[in-house]
Design a protein around this ligand. Sequence first.
Ligand code: CAA
Length: 239
Amino acid sequence: MRTALVTGGTRGIGAAIAMALKDAGYRVAANYAGNEEAAARFTEDTGIATHRWSIADYDECARGVAAVEAELGPVDILINNAGITRDVMFHKMTPQDWRAVVDVNLNGVFNMTHQVFAGMRERKFGRIVSISSINGQKGQMGQVNYSAAKAGEIGFTKALAQEGARFGVTVNAICPGYIATDMVMAVPEAVREKIVAQIPVGRLGEAAEIARSVLFLASDDAGFVTGSTMTVNGGQYIV
Ligand code: CAA
């Protein structure tokens, strides 16, 4: 039985991923940054253990991953899902808005992947799946910080895929479009309506639709898929 770790795994897309992996027979741990109440509810509902640390902090990641591995064994599958937004037009964006988003959304991917990659390489199996975004592919006004970090995740994926390939470690990114989560629901309603009008499928996506894409990339069947960017956006942006 393989072990999977999902960052930001107690809410939204991450929670759907953690549950789908558990249902598919993996041992699963979920990391979260701060929302204790949501984490407690998630464990109560799913039986999945949660671990609190900030992925923006390298040392916390080292301690957190060690704790997960002590409980469940080496991490075979890492889902870099945790992410934040600080949406604001660039001329009003503060260095803090920039840094907070890059620290979590991009540096967090380094901080987490670095804890597990060497072990995967030694064991000749690993799956790294990073949840990037449509906005890392196309750019989005009000999200210079987020778009830059999410585009960075795609470059990270393409480079590390080449390093992992000979060792059975695949590295892929998924670019969700607008999914019905707290993050998207925080967008002002009038803006959200404009966004839905740009989605050919005519609706927001569901977190479970991203989870099903993750299941494929995490599976043994996906051993030849590496360095890819899987677009799951209802046709909103076609690459
Ligand atoms: N799509 C289309 N139009 C948009 C837009 C978007 N994503 N974001 C802003 N606009 C439009 C607004 O509708 C508005 O148009 P009008 O002047 O015609 O009314 C114009 O841009 C200016 O916007 P605001 O009046 O809202 O300006 P503001 O300074 O008060 O706020 C903002 C700017 C913070 C960027 C706010 O518009 C906003 O939050 N926009 C959403 C940005 C966005 O798409 N974020 C994605 C969050 S979800 C996510 O990140 C997950 C993921 O990976 C997809």
